[in-house]
Design a protein. Structure first.
Ligand SMILES: Nc1ncnc2c1ncn2[C@@H]1O[C@H](COP(=O)(O)OP(=O)(O)OP(=O)(O)O)[C@@H](O)[C@H]1O
Length: 308
């Protein structure tokens, strides 16, 4: 089996209810080893719930959640010892310095003394380690939270919306940290966000969830392919409605978006050429014709838009 096909975190047909309210519907998440897996969806989609089930913080139906190929329920302690997590904001002692915050946890967990300096370095907080946590910016607090999660040197990091509320510099720092952890430390990172733009530059894989259902899962390249599928052409003419009437077979699925503008799905260049010929033959002026491809963000928004 190749490295990329080994799954470090996996749910199969995971369904979950809070009381009588169904929250997750048969979610089959597959997080490959060495990936940065962006788990995306709007607020309330079920991201945190899924991550909590993966971390054993919410009860999981037996046999449906695996970490490192092992059943979470049966091997709970063994597998969770290999996972580091930051869920919501980190709990910090504000009066203690960054270094002291780490030391408290390191001693409690009986980890080697060298780990504190190592994780401070990794998250870029060495120079600020002597300052009380209360003086830290939100971005620094999040990075200290990640340092805490990294103390036992876990193979898998699970981060729930770590960029929430960060300013652009904080987002850039976080992006660089994630890349460093994956590339230099070989970590696998599962990170949730409601904004594609915050993670599209670092994610290798994405899962898109809406209303508790996984709508898309694959590599970022797969999402880009889906984007290519949604390309369409825009025709500027004099009377869009008249063109549609003249060529019902060719323009039946076109949308008239302005008196002289038609939008229709792009199929092949040959079909575009044929359409242009037919419009001209029918005596319709063609002012402009363009092929438009939605951005990755538009593809994501289209996926997550609530359908009526
Ligand atoms: N303890 C709870 N009891 C009942 N319902 C809950 C509980 N926690 C979350 N929910 C509901 O479960 C659904 C999914 O919430 P979840 O927090 O997993 O979404 P999310 O995608 O992480 O969104 P957000 O970014 O807003 O946290 C929401 O409708 C939420 O109201």
């Amino acid at each position: 089996m190749s490295t990329s096909s080994i799954l470090l975190a996996e749910t199969q047909q995971l369904s979950f209810r809070f009381g009588a309210t169904p929250i997750l519907h048969e979610v089959s998440l597959a997080v490959p080893a060495a990936s940065i897996y962006g788990f995306l969806g709007p607020n309330g989609a079920g991201k945190s719930t899924t991550l909590r089930v993966l971390l054993g913080l919410l009860p999981a139906p037996a046999g449906t959640v695996r970490l490192f190929g092992q059943d979470l329920v049966r091997q709970r302690e063994a597998v969770l010892s290999r996972v580091g997590a930051l869920i919501e904001n980190p709990s910090l002692y504000d009066h203690l310095t960054g270094r002291e915050n780490l030391e408290v946890t390191r001693r409690l967990r009986r980890l080697p003394a060298a780990r504190t300096a190592a994780v401070l370095e990794l998250v870029g907080l060495t120079a600020d380690a002597h300052r009380p946590a209360r003086q830290y910016s939100l971005g620094m607090r999040q990075r200290l939270g990640i340092a805490l999660a990294l103390l036992p040197d876990p193979e898998l990091l699970i981060l729930d919306e770590p960029t929430n509320g960060l300013d652009p510099n904080g987002i850039i720092d976080m992006r660089e940290l994630l890349l460093r952890l994956q590339r230099e430390q070989g970590k696998t990172i599962l990170i949730s966000s409601h904004l594609l733009s915050e993670i599209e530059r670092v994610a290798t894989h994405v899962g898109v969830i809406r209303e508790g259902k996984l709508l898309f899962q694959g590599s970022l390249a797969d999402l880009q392919l889906r984007q290519a599928d949604q390309a369409h052409i825009v025709i500027e003419t004099q009377d869009a409605a008249a063109c549609r009437q003249l060529l019902p077979a060719e323009l039946g699925e076109a949308r008239v978006t302005a008196p002289g503008t038609l939008h229709l799905p792009f199929r092949t260049p040959e079909r575009v050429a044929a359409l242009v010929q037919q419009l001209v033959a029918a005596g319709q002026p063609l002012y402009q014709i363009a092929c438009r491809q939605p951005s990755l963000e538009e593809t994501f928004l289209h996926l997550t838009a609530t359908r009526s």
